[in-house]
Design a binder for this molecule. Structure first.
Ligand SMILES: Cc1cc2nc3c(=O)[nH]c(=O)nc-3n(C[C@H](O)[C@H](O)[C@H](O)COP(=O)(O)OP(=O)(O)OC[C@H]3O[C@@H](n4cnc5c(N)ncnc54)[C@H](O)[C@@H]3O)c2cc1C
Length: 376
């Protein structure tokens, strides 16, 4: 079976790896660099906390477990760090919601531990307790983070070496050739044609832009900003989440910083100054928790569009009315990708629907040309 995967972010590389492993002849067409889209500028926290409804929570948990399986499969997974994560809220008014969420997560079988400040000091001695005061502290031991670009590089290299997958970066797809409601081939901007039995769209937020011949996926994408610091002499191992601030190590002493209120300061992708106002807001917030960070420690600051399907949930399945054309688009893609890759490969190459994707079909957005697949 010839499978063409469009897009080589963390989702496309997972799909390509699993489809090749399942026996397909896989070609990956990527417009830019491998994992150069949202996957390169992701906080990349593997988690399911707060994710609702329950099937979406379960999909994220399946992703977290699949990360562990994949790490075992490779024997050595330099992209994966399952360190657990720490959460607290500085405003007392947020504590009831934190408690409700933790109770719900525990009821759904998620690892949740309430820890003391002395335990926190053992785990992360450099976190300044004055930033915590009397806040309750939750530790989620199963969570972690990923280096998505390394992940994609390792999976695509394995797909190429083990199963001869054809990986083509800097190859932009222009259109899908659909004849009699069957997707037959992919045409690239440079005029090349790739015939296929199945075409899988893994273009993330670009799924909102119409590829000629097939419908776009309605997206509710928004902007994200991430700050990357210079190497800092800190022993921080785990990510922490305080109010709307997220911080994690990124290797070699660098930290990645995200703050929801800073995201809303930009409305489109643009270069930002590491000495500019957004960077300064991120650093000020971190310095209250990690005094080792200095006011001029930002090395780079990046903007990116978060790929979010219109109802905030994953969108994965055959597109009704376009036989042979499949889409796999999701937010929380770093958490979900290794599971999504397996589930999509089962559906596309194995021909068997995967129960975990039942609630996430594209037909909720797309009315089929022939009337099939519309939800009542
Ligand atoms: C700031 C931020 C923080 C985030 N934090 C988290 C988090 O903590 N945890 C989590 O799980 N998720 C998080 N996410 C979401 C996660 O990063 C994404 O869901 C995930 O990276 C999506 O991967 P993808 O492969 O679908 O998309 P992308 O990585 O964007 O890959 C899509 C690829 O398709 C290519 N492409 C587009 N059009 C074409 C074309 N016509 N032809 C060929 N190729 C094409 C692009 O070049 C791109 O490389 C975050 C996202 C952002 C932006």
């Amino acid at each position: 079976m010839r499978v063409v995967v469009i897009g080589a972010g963390i989702v496309g590389s997972s799909v390509a790896y699993e489809a090749a492993k399942a026996g397909a002849e896989v070609t990956v067409l990527e417009a830019g660099k491998i994992a150069g889209g949202a996957s390169a500028t992701s906080f990349a926290w593997t988690n399911a906390t707060g994710k609702r409804p329950q099937p979406y929570f379960a999909l994220n948990v399946a992703g977290m477990r699949a990360h562990l399986d994949l790490a075992r499969e490779f024997g050595h997974a330099p992209w994966f760090h399952q360190t657990g994560s720490i959460e607290w809220y500085s405003n007392e008014s947020d504590w009831p919601a934190q408690l409700d969420n933790a109770d719900q997560m525990r009821d759904w079988g998620y690892g949740v531990e309430w820890i003391s400040k002395s335990r926190l000091a053992e785990l992360e001695p450099e976190i300044d307790h004055s930033a915590i005061q009397n806040s309750p502290i939750v530790y989620y031991p199963e969570e972690g983070w990923v280096h998505p670009v390394l992940y994609a590089a390792w999976l695509l290299r394995a797909a190429k070496e083990k199963w001869d997958a054809d990986i083509r970066p800097f190859t932009s797809v222009k259109s899908i050739d659909v004849r009699n409601s069957v997707a037959k081939a992919v045409k690239t901007v440079d005029g090349s044609i790739y015939e296929a039995d199945a075409i899988i769209n893994c273009t993330g937020s670009w799924a909102a832009h119409v590829l000629d011949g097939v419908p776009a996926i309605p997206m509710a994408s928004n902007m994200g900003i991430l700050g990357f610091t210079l190497p800092i002499a800190t022993t921080l191992r785990r990510q922490f989440h305080m109010d709307d601030l997220d911080v994690r190590p990124d290797g070699a002493g660098r930290l990645v910083i995200h703050k929801i209120s800073v995201d809303s300061l930009v409305t489109e992708m643009q270069p930002l100054d590491p000495a500019g106002a957004e960077a300064s807001l991120l650093l000020q917030a971190v310095r209250k928790v990690l005094p080792a960070v200095q006011p001029d420690d930002m090395e780079s600051i990046r903007t990116i569009v978060r790929p979010i399907p219109g109802d905030n949930l994953t969108c994965s399945g055959w597109v009704p009315g376009f036989e042979g054309y499949y889409v796999a688009i999701t937010h929380s893609g770093v958490s979900i990708a290794p599971h999504l890759g397996k589930a999509v490969a089962q559906e596309v190459v194995g021909g068997r629907l995967h129960d975990s994707l039942t609630d996430f079909r594209p037909d909720r957005f797309l009315a089929a040309k022939n009337g099939m697949g519309q939800r009542s």
